[in-house]
Design a protein around this ligand. Structure first.
Ligand code: C5P
Length: 223
């Protein structure tokens, strides 16, 4: 309960995952990709044919969700659902879109709370998502809110997808990203917003190294 936590919240495509991974590696901390948990629930619900408006069914599925993250070498960080590694199956926009719909349902968020908090273990945790600093770890000593312009975030997503051999239109990505931002920011429960004590870091035009450096300085000053 009392080990250190660094929370990194922000909109999709701001670079949270990349920065969180680099930070966890440097500090030797555990890593929580909370978005992957919502994406895994989305994948499970799509596979099981649970409708996005079946609140009871979704909540039950969230409570029973059997998830893990691999820690071995090149597969480190890969999500595992019901014992099966999911590889890229949760990384497409259909899954992100469904995740953001499910993530707006309060009983679903509630069902996933304890599971996320269980990642807080010595020597420390880097947690990225939307509500890590506001709801899940409100007592975190280091809170970062990572942003970038919508255009830059869409370009990054586009590049990432291309590298994975996935074709996507930049315009479509930008439209989807803005729709997801709006849904995540406007929902009643745990909306996307910086915690009052969060430091906002705008990564538009900044290199990964520069951002890691900035966040490391914040962490060193507060841990
Ligand atoms: O960060 P990522 O794109 O993987 O997250 C997918 C979706 O999961 C987000 O759009 C958001 O709706 C939801 N999410 C959330 N709270 C978190 C992490 C993700 O609501 N802590």
């Amino acid at each position: 309960e009392h080990s250190a936590v660094i929370t990194i919240d922000g909109p999709g495509g701001a670079g949270k995952g990349t920065i969180a991974r680099a930070l966890a590696q440097r500090l030797g901390f555990h890593l929580l990709d909370s978005g992957a948990i919502y994406r895994l629930l989305a994948l499970a619900s799509l596979r099981d044919g649970i409708a996005p408006d079946d609140l009871a069914g979704l909540t039950r599925r969230a409570e029973q969700l059997d998830i893990d993250f691999r820690t071995d070498g090149e597969h480190a960080g890969e999500a595992v659902l019901d014992g099966q590694p999911v590889a890229n199956a949760i990384r497409n926009e259909a899954c992100g879109e469904r995740a953001s719909v499910l993530a707006a349902l309060p009983p679903v968020r509630e069902a996933l709370k304890a599971r996320q908090r269980a990642f807080r273990q010595p020597p420390g945790l880097v947690a990225d998502g939307r509500d890590m600093g506001t709801v899940i770890f409100p007592d975190a000593p280091v809170k970062i809110f990572l942003t970038a312009s919508a255009e830059e975030r869409a370009r990054r997503r586009h590049k990432q997808l291309m590298e994975q051999g996935v074709t996507a239109s930049l315009d479509d990505l930008l439209t989807e990203l803005k729709a997801r931002d709006a849904r995540d920011s406007q929902r009643q429960t745990a909306p996307l917003r910086p915690a009052e004590d969060a430091v906002t870091v705008d990564t538009t035009g900044a290199s990964i190294d520069t951002v890691v450096q900035t966040v490391m300085e914040q962490a060193r000053a507060c841990l």
